[in-house]
Write a protein that binds this ligand. Structure first.
Ligand SMILES: Nc1ncnc2c1ncn2[C@@H]1O[C@H](COP(=O)(O)OS(=O)(=O)O)[C@@H](OP(=O)(O)O)[C@H]1O
Length: 362
């Protein structure tokens, strides 16, 4: 009787051990698959799903919530992220764990009011790009904080992903090319250029939106503050910032002292509006990326008068850039425009020669 009882107990212990061992084996197998990313076999099988999942993994929205300790934002230094509701970083797999913060591989260095925000937001659709949402102004304002600080500002990126940021003021700041060169000799530089006259008016429109009582564009264009009608005789004030920024050849010269032209890509600001997919295609080529951002991502919003992004997977609705992009410009006296055309013409021609491209500004 006692022997039979002991035998029953032995069997119960054995079954218990087997259950524990089986559960342990199940947990191990699950962990093994999880760590190898096998749960995401769709990532390999289905290229479309691959892009979607990569977008999810890379979590393009996370920068909106990043804070910038002690960084003062400039008039154009505020984060303007135009996306819909925040998604993810919740769909993390083991691949996420290998993401690190790295110094940028590519920079949008200018020009202010050229269309730099649109370009950055469009590029952020690419799963192989991780871009900072705000402007860090590291090379022009916060250089003393050091490269570790700069790196800590960057979004986390996986191996093979390109890390980017945009600060349009870099293009016109004296010290910037040397500083960027000291960080990386082979960094890729992108400049969005736009007709310097429209660019200046856009800049001025931003100024009056913040300080409405500044003198007129016409008055500020001339050294002696001449009015529009007297403008035909006045001398252009090339040092007035909205005009000075448009002297592209002069600024480019400083960059070419450090970087070969092959490392600088010019985005045609006007075409970025009329043919965003075409411009984006060329930028993706320049960055050595597959052309993933294409015309299927854009639609023309008649109300805004600009291309906007169609509903991206993972977001609920289409989105355009915010209301500070695509402002209505004040009407400038035609005589002043003509004066500015004459003023910029030699500078523009020199710029076309240096860049090896004719941008067609009349
Ligand atoms: N898709 C789309 N939507 C809205 N706006 C667009 C777009 N593409 C280019 N642009 C032009 O971008 C101009 C603003 O340029 P930036 O983003 O470089 O300005 S800033 O320097 O960051 O302040 C902005 O200038 P304004 O029209 O003067 O507001 C636009 O003309």
């Amino acid at each position: 009787m006692a022997t039979f009882h002991n035998h029953k107990q032995d069997i119960r212990r054995l079954v218990h051990k087997l259950v524990v061992m089986f559960s342990f084996a199940v947990v191990c197998v699950y962990l093994f698959y999880f760590l190898n990313g096998c749960c995401n076999s769709d990532l390999v099988e289905n290229p479309d799903l691959n892009s979607v999942n990569k977008l999810l993994l890379t979590g393009w929205y996370d920068e909106r919530n990043r804070t910038f300790p002690q960084v003062t934002t400039s008039s154009y230094g505020t984060l303007e992220d135009t996306r819909g509701s925040p998604v993810l970083e919740t769909n993390s797999t083991a691949k996420d764990w290998t993401a690190t913060r790295r110094l940028p591989h590519a920079l949008i260095i200018g020009v202010k009011k050229g269309g730099t925000r649109a370009l950055l937001e469009f590029l952020r659709l690419h799963p192989d790009i991780r871009a900072l949402g705000s402007e860090p102004h590291f090379f022009d304002r916060h250089y003393a904080r050091g490269l570790d600080w700069y790196r800590s500002m960057m979004p986390k990126a996986l191996d093979g992903q390109i890390v980017m940021e945009k600060t349009p003021r870099y293009f016109v700041t004296e010290e910037t090319p040397a500083r960027i060169y000291a960080m990386s000799h082979d960094i890729k530089l992108i400049v969005v250029v736009r007709d310097p006259i429209t660019r200046a008016i856009s800049d001025y429109t931003q100024i009056i939106s913040k300080t409405p009582d500044v003198p007129s564009f016409e008055a500020l264009t001339f050294k002696n503050g001449s009015s529009a009608s007297a403008g035909t005789t006045g001398q252009i004030d090339a040092l007035w910032s909205p005009l000075w920024i448009g002297l592209y050849a002069k600024h480019l010269e400083r960059w070419l002292a450090y970087f070969p032209l092959s490392q600088i890509h010019f985005v045609h600001g006007e075409r970025l509006i009329s043919d965003p997919a075409g411009e984006l295609g060329r930028v993706q080529d320049f960055l050595g990326l597959q052309r993933i951002v294409t015309d299927k991502h854009f639609y023309f919003n008649k109300t805004k008068g600009f291309p906007c992004l169609k509903k991206p997977e993972g977001s609920s609705k289409p989105h355009c850039l915010g209301k500070t992009k695509g402002r209505i410009h004040p009407r400038i006296h035609p005589t002043v425009i003509q004066k500015l055309r004459e003023f910029y013409q030699p500078h523009n021609l020199r710029f076309y020669q240096m860049a090896g491209q004719d941008f067609g500004w009349q």
